[in-house]
Each structure stands twice: as structure tokens, then as C-alpha cells.
Design a protein around this ligand. Structure first.
Ligand code: B16
Ligand code: MG
Length: 208
């Protein structure tokens, strides 16, 4: 019986990938190369620092640590310009209804995201107060597929892994949940998330 639910943010509750994409694309253009939506798939669920390395790899560009630090900051400034305009209408279908349904059932809710902007986004879309625990990129040092983000979330909820279910849209996130010993529901396509215990197209499929 499920006592805790851990949610990834980007791709599960909101589609922030489109804003990450716009910000990275602008950065790539500034550096003189193109960055496509297909390239952007590689950034899903990946930390900001690692994302920049992938972007630079796409452009065949190598830079100093100091320069990389500056560009990561610059990308984040751009990203913030996009997400500051977010509101409740940007919640993915079924996201809020499903969170409320779980709350009604007495299930405790945690966030397990790589993003350092997670709290800001949850506030913008109006669901911050539904979370009993927030584990985000400011709290963990090891990125998915390392289980740290989910193990910590489960611990903060005062539960054991067998009590918890994870909702994830990225392959690395599904692997992280499996490594944490939790039941995992993939959000997206069976072809990519086949390792999950169950795959649905979106949280709206789970709303009773
Ligand atoms: P930030 P998730 C991830 O969110 C995104 O999928 C990934 O593209 C992004 O690079 C990462 O957050 C870090 O985000 O730059 O805001 O710290 O899927 O783990 O919720
Ligand atoms: Mg995600």
C-alpha cells in the first residue's frame, strides 16, 4: 500500500523543457552553432552543469571552467525570464487533480527534481503548498540515475522505499527510482521508459 508519492518536476508536473530549450538554443546561437529539439532531449532530467557540457559537446566547443560557470549563469538568467511568467495554466493535464486525489487518500507527497528553480516554479503554478517535502537541485549532490534525490525524499517523508512510488519522465530518473528500491511509474512513452513498473502518457490517466 502506497504511503508516499515522489514527483519529478519537468516533464511530469510542468513542461519546463520548452523553456530550457529556448534558453540553451539562444546560448548555442551566441556561440555560433545550432541546437535542435532533438539535441534538447539529452538534457531532460540532467543537471544544469551537465546540460551545459552536453550543449558544448554538440557545438564541438571547449571552454575553461570559469567561462562555463559564466555561461551556466547566463543561461539561467534567460530561463528565469521565461519561467517568471508561468501560472497555473502551465500545469500538465491531471497534475493538480492527481496531487489532490493522493492528498485525500492520505498519501504524503514529495518533489524529487534536479532543478535549482523548483520551489520558484511550484510557487508560480500554485501547487507548492501540496508538498510535504521538497528535494531539488539545491539539496542533492548526486544526479539521477543516482538514487539520492528519491532516497532523501522518502526519508524526509518518514517512510521506507517500499512505501513509495516515483513518477518520472526521464530514463535516468526511472533508473534512479529503481536503484532506490521504489515502484516507478513512467510518464511518457513505453519505448523510452520500458524499465518502469508501469507507463502512462500523463497523470490525467491516473485521475479517478
Ligand atoms: P535548473 P527535473 C531538470 O528537471 C530538467 O529536466 C533539466 O533539463 C534541467 O537541466 C535540470 O532540471 C536543472 O534545472 O537549471 O533549473 O537547476 O526533470 O529533474 O525536474
Ligand atoms: Mg523530468
Amino acid at each position: 500500500n502506497v504511503k508516499g508519492a515522489l514527483f519529478d518536476l519537468d516533464g511530469v508536473l510542468v513542461d519546463t523543457a520548452k523553456y530550457h530549450y529556448l534558453a540553451w538554443k539562444q546560448l548555442a546561437e551566441e556561440l555560433g552553432f545550432a541546437f535542435t529539439e532533438a539535441d534538447n532531449e539529452r538534457l531532460k532530467g540532467v543537471s544544469r552543469t551537465r546540460s551545459l557540457e552536453i550543449v558544448l559537446e554538440v557545438g564541438g566547443v571547449s571552454l575553461s571552467e570559469a567561462e562555463k560557470h559564466r555561461l551556466a549563469e547566463e543561461k539561467n538568467e534567460r530561463y528565469l525570464q521565461y519561467i517568471r511568467n508561468m501560472d497555473e495554466s502551465e500545469l500538465l493535464p491531471g497534475a493538480k487533480a492527481y496531487l489532490l486525489q493522493l492528498k485525500e487518500q492520505g498519501v504524503r507527497i514529495a518533489l524529487g527534481s534536479a532543478s535549482k528553480n523548483a520551489v520558484f516554479i511550484l510557487e508560480k503554478v500554485g501547487i507548492l503548498e501540496l508538498f510535504d517535502s521538497i528535494v531539488d537541485g539545491t539539496k542533492v549532490s548526486k544526479a539521477k540515475p543516482d538514487p539520492e534525490v528519491f532516497t532523501l525524499g522518502c526519508h524526509e517523508l518518514g517512510l521506507t522505499p517500499q512505501d513509495c512510488v516515483v513518477f518520472e519522465d526521464a530514463e535516468a530518473g526511472v533508473q534512479a527510482a529503481i536503484a532506490a528500491g521504489m515502484y516507478v511509474v513512467g510518464i511518457g512513452s513505453e519505448a523510452i521508459l520500458g524499465a518502469a513498473n508501469r507507463v502512462v502518457r500523463g497523470l490525467d490517466e491516473l485521475v479517478a
